[in-house]
Write a protein that binds this ligand. Structure first.
Ligand code: FAD
Length: 319
């Protein structure tokens, strides 16, 4: 069975949930193999085994963490070459983030392979599903040249643990080239922690729009009751009510959670572009004619300041 390489997303060995999702998808396509680049593999090992990585390629070249994406693309290319000794990999999967999409692009150039970004599903083939043109179309696509390189949106699969896997660990020597040292990281400033999950990875996102009139307390309370992240429409961000880092849409973040709750958001096409691939969409809007109701699974016509606190209380009662 051909290997399917999964780039491990981690911070000093703490593995993100997106990696377990990708390992689960990889198991559909072939034999899951994780690619761990950087420091901290020991901390990551158990999690990679738990989600079925039969092989782990570990790249710990000096300087890898000091430079921007180019060395990671070089490292990944070296791993693909190493993996090819056991037969060409069936695919390389990366979680869709800004950094990973840049790595994927560079890798595709190096390998002269086709690239698919922002897939919301990957099935045997590999055949991918994407939502394109501001979510106006759903497209299925396959790479026709080289090793398929595919970036997959967070929450595209439910991670499935696999018992009894002991990965074969392969160390891959890589020397970072001078060409890849074009930009060096001079400082890392951790983001202020809100205690909420990262917006693009959260299983639940509750967003507020102009209808909040700047008061996000009901939106935040409902998000916290569900253990979710808080998002915002551009109208709310432009008004200065919520940070731009939380904007969902064409010019903001792309989210694909299990549950998306739009409160006081009309449903403009540019907002839909960032959330339409969510599994279940709920809207709370006091205008029954609001366009958001065209795409929801459940709609509540009402004032968000009445509906959300009631929903929050109900969730609290069931905990
Ligand atoms: P509105 O359209 O004003 O809707 C507010 C809604 O709240 C209304 O439906 C109203 O009925 C409801 N409401 C009011 N009070 C209450 C209440 N108390 N309870 C319940 N409901 C209430 N937008 C994005 O969101 N993300 C983007 O990335 C983005 N990118 C853009 C890029 C471009 C190039 C352009 C031109 C626009 C972009 N926009 C984007 C803007 C987009 O077109 C809309 O203007 C924006 O999404 C509207 O935000 P809203 O739904 O919060 O506000």
């Amino acid at each position: 069975m051909s290997q399917v390489l999964v780039l491990v997303d981690h911070v000093d060995g703490a593995v993100r949930k997106t990696t377990s999702e990708l390992l689960t998808i990889a198991a559909r396509l072939g034999e899951p193999a994780a690619v761990f680049i950087g420091q901290g593999y020991d901390a990551a090992a158990a999690s990679l085994a738990e989600y079925g990585a039969a092989t782990v390629y570990v790249v710990e070249a000096e300087g890898l963490d000091e430079y921007l994406v180019a060395p990671k693309a070089e490292a990944l290319a070296a791993v693909v070459q190493q993996a090819a000794q056991a037969g060409d990999p069936a695919a390389v999967l990366l979680a869709s983030s800004g950094e990973n999409k840049e790595i994927a692009g560079r890798l595709a150039v190096k390998l002269e392979s086709g690239l698919i970004t922002d897939a919301v599903d990957v099935q045997e083939g590999p055949v991918t599903t994407q939502s394109v043109f501001a979510a106006a179309f759903t497209v299925t696509a396959s790479v026709t040249r080289g090793t398929p390189i595919i970036t997959v949106k967070p929450n595209s699969a439910e991670p499935v643990a696999v018992a009894g896997v002991t990965p074969n660990v392969v160390t891959v020597p890589v020397t970072v080239s001078d060409a890849a040292k074009g930009a060096k990281i001079t400082e890392r400033r951790p983001k202020e922690k809100s205690g909420r999950p990262e917006l693009t990875e959260a299983a639940v996102v509750v967003s507020g729009g102009r209808g909040t009139n700047g008061d996000f307390s009901a939106v935040e309370s409902f998000a916290d009751a569900l253990g979710g992240a808080v998002g915002a429409s551009r109208a709310a961000v432009d008004a200065g009510w919520y940070p731009h880092s939380t904007q969902v849409g064409q010019t903001g973040k792309q989210v694909s959670p299990t549950l998306y709750v739009a409160s006081g958001i009309s449903g403009a096409i540019q907002h839909r572009a960032g959330m339409q691939t969510s599994k279940t969409i709920v809207a709370v809007n006091k205008d029954p004619e609001a366009p958001i109701f065209e795409l929801v699974d459940f709609g509540v016509v009402g004032d968000l300041f009445t509906v959300l606190p009631q929903a929050t209380d109900e969730v609290a009662k069931r905990k």
